[in-house]
Design a protein around this ligand. Sequence first.
Ligand code: NOJ
Ligand code: CA
Length: 696
Amino acid sequence: MNVSMKALPAAALLLFSLSMNSCQPHPPERIASPNGKLMAEVLLLGNGQLAYGVRYEDEPVIETSVLGFEFLDAPPLSAGLEITERASRFFSERWEMPWGEQRYVDNTYNEMRLGIRERQGLQRSFFLVFRVYDDGMGFRFEFPEQEHMDRVLITEEHTHFRLTGDHTVWWTPGDWDIYEHLYSSTPFSQIDALSKRNHPNLAQSFIPVNAVNTPVTMKTAGGLYLSFHEAALIDYAGITLEIDPVNLQMRSNLVGTEREDFKVQRHTPFHTPWRTLQIASRAGDLIESKLIVNLNEPNKLGDVSWLRPTKYMGIWWEMHIGKSTWGMEGSRHGATTGNARYYIDFAAEHGIGALLIEGWYTGWEHWIGHHDREGIFDFVTPYPDFDLEEVSSYAREKGVDLVMHHETSSAVTTYEAQMDTAFALMSHYGYDYLKTGYVGTIIPRGEYHHGQWMVNHYMRVIKKAAEHQVMLNTHEPIMATGLRRTYPNDATREGLRGQEFNAWATDGGNPPGHLPIVAFTRMLAGPIDYTPGIFNIKIEPYRPENRVNTTLAQQLALYVVIYSPMQMVADLPRYYEDHPAFQFIKDVGVDWEESRVLGGEIGEYVTIVRRERDTGNWFLGSITNEAGRELTIPLDFLEDGRYAAILYADAEDAHWEHNPTAYRIEEFEVDRTSEMFLKLAPGGGAAISFLRMHND
Ligand code: NOJ
Ligand code: CA
């Protein structure tokens, strides 16, 4: 009796597991990271729908989430699928960044490649490829050439991310036209992107649904950090992630166009960008992760020794604070020959490598706010008070490079028509750097900054700039997706709410918590042209209503914390003249052998150290939000030998709001066994130069 009683449940269990198998046509396909901690699994649901899930240290991170596509003129690709083949491989390489936040990058992953086919009907097929790293993963869809798929018009990609809880999320709204929003920090279920519509300070903005832009970063209740983005966005629409607050799920919502009924147009063979997830148990590891660049193809430009990271000044901030103007409509034109010579002299004297000059070509009187911006800028005709020949030869004589400026005003077809002439002029005058800008709604009308049409435009500019050996800094860009690995002249970009908002925003400017969020969100995508270094914090006498909401010491720390191979020295020369703290900006590197995040919490603070290429000098930057804090920093990151440590810190009584410019400079002799104590004021920061001493 007892025996049979025991036997029965065992038999029932067997039957149960058999029936589970029979309604699940294929056992899950799994692939783990090289260290085994991260695991992706792909399965087919009962109706033959493709789905995947992710586990970290054996706990679910992404619950079973569906994948699929909808097309304009073909049935959707979602249910009725089968897995026809599986291949996997281990890959490992170390590649060198021609410039970067570190010289060598380890690229080690396990790849799983699944062949998927419709069981019936058109029997269309594609590959689903997962690459699983120790620091995250990426997956993409590859469509081979085939009989029933030639021209493909995608109306929506269905890539879902089903979360395991109501995580804390640092997000900006899913805006199809601009990334220049402040971050919000809310539980996932309370994301409300539509409340960010109608921002008074944005020349263009379109937030169609409750979605977020990527990178979007989260923290789970268990203390795990997750960041979602995409890599290698080429000839495809940018992604936003629509929020389903009830099911705690994000669904891809590609950026569309009003000109077509589809969002992406391709011909087979093609593949999508990588859908990426970075995972870390320490917030700083998100910043150290190189997943996004690793998922891009190696350098396609060959010898890029012509790329030179640089600090640069600009005839720029003075326009933003209203001291001068871009155009010649009044008597305060900024880009005059005389003013350019003044900036060149200053840059040459202080070893700042380059100078950006905005507003030197005609048309700015008809720029912003004009309905028809087509044909306004030609990028080659100087204003009468700007002698291009003289400025260029003076800069050359003084050893200062010039940064060309092309504000397209988003009249993109006009710009494309002018590009050859504009680049020829740059080559003629020896320009090695270009800053572009895309303020305003896109012309052709109906296109958005982050849609496929513009993604392709930004790529044409990268390639044109590469032909002319020009390093690129794009404002109002498409978000970085690691293409700097493939096209290393695609150096830096804005793509966030930059310092300029402190000059004129009517909403109080960037709060002290802004950059401690940016470092763990936007910065995961790639280098940022934030334009640090404002010493005249209160912007007096020009902008009594506006100000920078940090201490002066934090402005210094940003040269280390916010990475960019073109790093602006943004304030007017006279605020640096004779200022002891300017020495840090002169000393700090712009190209790094290695970088480490010593500590940080999203939205609170972050401390980063970087070792300069060639000199071996180290630099530290630490920034904090509204809260002051004290940090003890062991200097064990230093190499053997002694260093002169020059500390630029907030003064005892410094405070971002009522005492922002109080700072102190102290010098120490240190080595790798030393510790340093930092006291950051509310909204403050600290910067340290560790200069190698050569006499030991
Ligand atoms: C917006 C850019 O972000 C800013 O840097 C530039 O000065 C203006 N457009 C004018 O082009
Ligand atoms: Ca901007």
